[in-house]
Design a protein around this ligand. Structure first.
Ligand code: F6R
Length: 241
Protein backbone atom coordinates (compact mmCIF):
# COMPACT_ATOMS: atom_id res chain seq x y z
CA UNK A 1 0.00 0.00 0.00
CA UNK A 2 1.37 3.40 -0.86
CA UNK A 3 -0.02 6.62 0.52
CA UNK A 4 0.38 10.26 -0.41
CA UNK A 5 -0.62 13.36 1.56
CA UNK A 6 -1.87 16.51 -0.18
CA UNK A 7 -2.32 20.09 1.03
CA UNK A 8 -4.41 20.80 -2.03
CA UNK A 9 -7.53 18.67 -2.61
CA UNK A 10 -7.76 19.68 -6.29
CA UNK A 11 -4.37 18.08 -6.80
CA UNK A 12 -5.50 15.02 -4.85
CA UNK A 13 -8.57 14.65 -7.09
CA UNK A 14 -6.49 15.13 -10.24
CA UNK A 15 -4.14 12.37 -9.07
CA UNK A 16 -7.12 10.07 -8.43
CA UNK A 17 -8.51 10.91 -11.87
CA UNK A 18 -5.18 10.15 -13.54
CA UNK A 19 -5.39 6.53 -12.31
CA UNK A 20 -8.86 6.22 -13.86
CA UNK A 21 -7.64 7.89 -17.04
CA UNK A 22 -4.87 5.33 -17.34
CA UNK A 23 -7.35 2.45 -17.07
CA UNK A 24 -9.93 4.06 -19.37
CA UNK A 25 -7.35 4.71 -22.08
CA UNK A 26 -5.51 1.38 -21.89
CA UNK A 27 -8.12 -1.31 -21.14
CA UNK A 28 -10.41 -2.32 -23.99
CA UNK A 29 -13.57 -2.85 -21.90
CA UNK A 30 -12.76 -1.29 -18.55
CA UNK A 31 -14.70 -2.32 -15.44
CA UNK A 32 -14.96 0.47 -12.89
CA UNK A 33 -15.78 0.04 -9.19
CA UNK A 34 -17.60 3.16 -7.99
CA UNK A 35 -18.51 4.71 -4.64
CA UNK A 36 -20.90 7.38 -3.42
CA UNK A 37 -20.81 9.85 -0.50
CA UNK A 38 -18.90 13.14 -0.32
CA UNK A 39 -15.46 11.67 -0.98
CA UNK A 40 -15.57 10.79 -4.70
CA UNK A 41 -17.45 13.92 -5.84
CA UNK A 42 -14.23 15.82 -6.72
CA UNK A 43 -12.87 12.81 -8.61
CA UNK A 44 -16.13 12.52 -10.59
CA UNK A 45 -15.92 16.23 -11.49
CA UNK A 46 -12.41 15.67 -12.85
CA UNK A 47 -13.58 12.63 -14.85
CA UNK A 48 -16.48 14.63 -16.32
CA UNK A 49 -14.00 17.34 -17.35
CA UNK A 50 -11.65 14.79 -18.95
CA UNK A 51 -14.58 13.25 -20.82
CA UNK A 52 -15.83 16.64 -22.10
CA UNK A 53 -12.25 17.37 -23.27
CA UNK A 54 -12.33 13.99 -25.06
CA UNK A 55 -9.30 12.73 -23.16
CA UNK A 56 -11.29 9.76 -21.88
CA UNK A 57 -14.43 7.92 -22.92
CA UNK A 58 -16.72 5.63 -20.94
CA UNK A 59 -18.28 4.16 -24.11
CA UNK A 60 -16.80 0.71 -23.57
CA UNK A 61 -16.83 0.87 -19.78
CA UNK A 62 -19.08 -0.90 -17.33
CA UNK A 63 -19.39 -0.14 -13.63
CA UNK A 64 -20.34 -1.69 -10.32
CA UNK A 65 -21.28 0.42 -7.33
CA UNK A 66 -20.36 -0.63 -3.84
CA UNK A 67 -23.69 -0.28 -2.12
CA UNK A 68 -27.27 0.97 -1.86
CA UNK A 69 -29.66 1.74 0.97
CA UNK A 70 -32.40 -0.81 1.58
CA UNK A 71 -35.84 0.74 1.09
CA UNK A 72 -34.92 3.59 -1.27
CA UNK A 73 -35.87 3.28 -4.91
CA UNK A 74 -33.58 4.52 -7.66
CA UNK A 75 -35.63 7.73 -8.05
CA UNK A 76 -35.21 8.75 -4.37
CA UNK A 77 -32.83 11.71 -4.18
CA UNK A 78 -30.75 10.04 -1.45
CA UNK A 79 -30.48 6.69 -3.19
CA UNK A 80 -27.03 5.84 -4.48
CA UNK A 81 -28.46 5.09 -7.92
CA UNK A 82 -29.72 8.70 -8.06
CA UNK A 83 -26.39 10.01 -6.74
CA UNK A 84 -24.51 8.23 -9.52
CA UNK A 85 -26.70 9.69 -12.24
CA UNK A 86 -26.42 13.19 -10.78
CA UNK A 87 -22.69 13.11 -10.09
CA UNK A 88 -21.34 11.08 -13.00
CA UNK A 89 -23.49 8.98 -15.32
CA UNK A 90 -25.64 11.82 -16.71
CA UNK A 91 -22.53 13.82 -17.64
CA UNK A 92 -20.36 11.23 -19.40
CA UNK A 93 -20.78 8.89 -22.35
CA UNK A 94 -21.32 5.71 -20.33
CA UNK A 95 -24.07 3.35 -21.49
CA UNK A 96 -26.43 3.34 -18.48
CA UNK A 97 -27.27 -0.29 -19.30
CA UNK A 98 -23.70 -1.19 -18.38
CA UNK A 99 -23.87 0.42 -14.93
CA UNK A 100 -24.78 -1.66 -11.89
CA UNK A 101 -26.08 -0.43 -8.54
CA UNK A 102 -27.72 -3.01 -6.28
CA UNK A 103 -31.47 -2.45 -5.96
CA UNK A 104 -32.65 -1.30 -2.56
CA UNK A 105 -36.20 -2.35 -3.27
CA UNK A 106 -35.99 -5.95 -4.45
CA UNK A 107 -35.92 -9.24 -2.59
CA UNK A 108 -32.68 -8.54 -0.70
CA UNK A 109 -31.32 -12.10 -0.78
CA UNK A 110 -31.94 -12.36 -4.51
CA UNK A 111 -30.43 -8.91 -5.15
CA UNK A 112 -27.27 -9.96 -3.27
CA UNK A 113 -27.03 -13.34 -5.03
CA UNK A 114 -27.54 -11.75 -8.46
CA UNK A 115 -24.97 -9.02 -7.72
CA UNK A 116 -22.40 -11.59 -6.63
CA UNK A 117 -23.09 -13.67 -9.73
CA UNK A 118 -22.60 -10.60 -11.94
CA UNK A 119 -19.40 -9.65 -10.09
CA UNK A 120 -18.04 -13.14 -10.60
CA UNK A 121 -18.30 -12.64 -14.35
CA UNK A 122 -16.22 -9.44 -14.24
CA UNK A 123 -12.96 -8.29 -12.73
CA UNK A 124 -12.99 -4.69 -11.56
CA UNK A 125 -9.97 -2.93 -13.09
CA UNK A 126 -10.03 0.04 -10.75
CA UNK A 127 -12.08 0.63 -7.60
CA UNK A 128 -12.56 3.99 -5.88
CA UNK A 129 -13.18 3.84 -2.13
CA UNK A 130 -13.98 6.32 0.62
CA UNK A 131 -13.73 5.27 4.24
CA UNK A 132 -16.16 5.56 7.15
CA UNK A 133 -15.09 7.27 10.37
CA UNK A 134 -15.34 3.80 11.98
CA UNK A 135 -13.07 2.23 9.37
CA UNK A 136 -15.80 0.77 7.15
CA UNK A 137 -15.25 0.40 3.42
CA UNK A 138 -18.42 0.18 1.34
CA UNK A 139 -20.80 -0.68 4.21
CA UNK A 140 -18.61 -3.43 5.66
CA UNK A 141 -18.95 -2.39 9.27
CA UNK A 142 -16.48 -3.37 12.04
CA UNK A 143 -16.67 -7.12 12.69
CA UNK A 144 -17.36 -8.09 9.03
CA UNK A 145 -15.50 -11.18 7.86
CA UNK A 146 -12.77 -10.61 5.27
CA UNK A 147 -14.51 -13.40 3.29
CA UNK A 148 -17.86 -11.58 3.06
CA UNK A 149 -19.42 -11.14 -0.38
CA UNK A 150 -22.43 -8.91 -1.22
CA UNK A 151 -24.80 -8.97 1.75
CA UNK A 152 -27.42 -7.02 3.67
CA UNK A 153 -25.99 -5.07 6.57
CA UNK A 154 -27.52 -3.37 9.61
CA UNK A 155 -25.83 0.02 9.66
CA UNK A 156 -24.05 0.97 12.88
CA UNK A 157 -25.20 3.99 14.89
CA UNK A 158 -21.95 5.68 13.82
CA UNK A 159 -22.69 5.24 10.10
CA UNK A 160 -26.30 6.38 10.55
CA UNK A 161 -25.14 9.49 12.44
CA UNK A 162 -22.41 10.23 9.89
CA UNK A 163 -24.89 9.98 6.99
CA UNK A 164 -27.68 11.96 8.69
CA UNK A 165 -26.24 15.12 7.10
CA UNK A 166 -27.71 14.03 3.75
CA UNK A 167 -31.27 13.56 5.11
CA UNK A 168 -33.89 15.89 6.62
CA UNK A 169 -33.64 14.09 9.95
CA UNK A 170 -31.69 11.19 11.42
CA UNK A 171 -34.92 9.15 11.51
CA UNK A 172 -35.03 9.27 7.70
CA UNK A 173 -31.64 7.53 7.35
CA UNK A 174 -32.23 3.91 6.26
CA UNK A 175 -31.12 1.37 8.87
CA UNK A 176 -29.92 -1.23 6.38
CA UNK A 177 -27.92 -1.34 3.19
CA UNK A 178 -26.85 -3.84 0.57
CA UNK A 179 -23.10 -3.81 0.25
CA UNK A 180 -20.40 -5.55 -1.72
CA UNK A 181 -18.37 -7.62 0.72
CA UNK A 182 -14.70 -7.21 1.56
CA UNK A 183 -13.88 -10.22 -0.63
CA UNK A 184 -15.53 -8.59 -3.67
CA UNK A 185 -13.60 -5.35 -3.08
CA UNK A 186 -10.33 -7.20 -2.55
CA UNK A 187 -10.76 -8.87 -5.95
CA UNK A 188 -10.27 -5.51 -7.76
CA UNK A 189 -7.03 -5.23 -9.70
CA UNK A 190 -6.32 -1.73 -8.39
CA UNK A 191 -7.83 0.26 -5.51
CA UNK A 192 -7.70 4.02 -4.94
CA UNK A 193 -8.86 5.07 -1.47
CA UNK A 194 -9.43 8.74 -0.71
CA UNK A 195 -9.84 10.16 2.80
CA UNK A 196 -10.27 13.83 3.62
CA UNK A 197 -10.95 15.64 6.89
CA UNK A 198 -10.10 15.24 10.54
CA UNK A 199 -13.04 12.92 11.25
CA UNK A 200 -11.32 10.29 9.07
CA UNK A 201 -7.98 10.47 10.94
CA UNK A 202 -8.66 7.52 13.29
CA UNK A 203 -9.91 5.37 10.40
CA UNK A 204 -6.83 6.25 8.33
CA UNK A 205 -4.59 5.20 11.21
CA UNK A 206 -6.45 1.83 11.32
CA UNK A 207 -6.08 1.51 7.55
CA UNK A 208 -2.34 2.12 7.47
CA UNK A 209 -0.97 1.23 10.89
CA UNK A 210 -3.19 -1.45 12.51
CA UNK A 211 -2.38 -5.09 11.84
CA UNK A 212 -5.13 -6.48 9.58
CA UNK A 213 -8.13 -7.35 11.79
CA UNK A 214 -11.88 -7.51 11.29
CA UNK A 215 -12.60 -4.71 13.82
CA UNK A 216 -10.95 -2.43 11.25
CA UNK A 217 -12.52 -3.61 7.96
CA UNK A 218 -10.31 -1.23 5.94
CA UNK A 219 -7.19 -3.00 7.24
CA UNK A 220 -7.83 -5.87 4.77
CA UNK A 221 -6.35 -3.55 2.14
CA UNK A 222 -2.87 -3.93 3.66
CA UNK A 223 -2.78 -7.44 2.16
CA UNK A 224 -3.61 -6.17 -1.36
CA UNK A 225 -0.67 -5.45 -3.66
CA UNK A 226 -2.11 -2.52 -5.63
CA UNK A 227 -3.63 0.09 -3.32
CA UNK A 228 -3.02 3.84 -3.53
CA UNK A 229 -4.26 5.93 -0.59
CA UNK A 230 -4.71 9.66 -1.20
CA UNK A 231 -5.09 11.79 1.94
CA UNK A 232 -5.42 15.41 2.88
CA UNK A 233 -3.27 16.54 5.81
CA UNK A 234 -6.18 16.45 8.29
CA UNK A 235 -6.97 12.81 7.47
CA UNK A 236 -3.26 11.96 7.78
CA UNK A 237 -2.83 13.84 11.08
CA UNK A 238 -2.87 10.78 13.37
CA UNK A 239 -0.33 8.72 11.42
CA UNK A 240 2.80 8.06 13.45
CA UNK A 241 4.96 6.19 10.94
C1 F6R B 1 -20.18 4.86 -0.29
C2 F6R B 1 -19.52 3.97 0.67
C3 F6R B 1 -19.06 4.42 2.01
C4 F6R B 1 -18.42 5.81 2.01
C5 F6R B 1 -17.99 6.19 3.43
C6 F6R B 1 -17.48 7.62 3.47
O1 F6R B 1 -20.53 4.18 -1.46
O2 F6R B 1 -19.39 2.84 0.35
O3 F6R B 1 -18.13 3.49 2.51
O4 F6R B 1 -17.30 5.81 1.17
O5 F6R B 1 -19.08 6.08 4.30
O6 F6R B 1 -18.51 8.50 3.17
P1 F6R B 1 -18.21 10.03 2.82
O7 F6R B 1 -17.44 10.01 1.56
O8 F6R B 1 -19.56 10.65 2.64
O9 F6R B 1 -17.44 10.58 3.97
Amino acid sequence: MIYKVYDNTDELNREAASHFEEVLTSVESPVLGLATGSTPVGLYKELIKLCKDEKISFKNASSFNLDEYVGLDAAHDQSYAYFMRQNLFDHVDINIENTHVPSGLGDNDKVCADYNAELEKHVVDIQILGIGSNGHIAFNEPGTSFDAVTHVVNLTEQSITDNARFFDSIDDVPKQAITMGLKNIYASKKIILIAMGENKADAVKMLIEDAPNTDAPCSILQNHDNVVVLLDSAAASKLTK
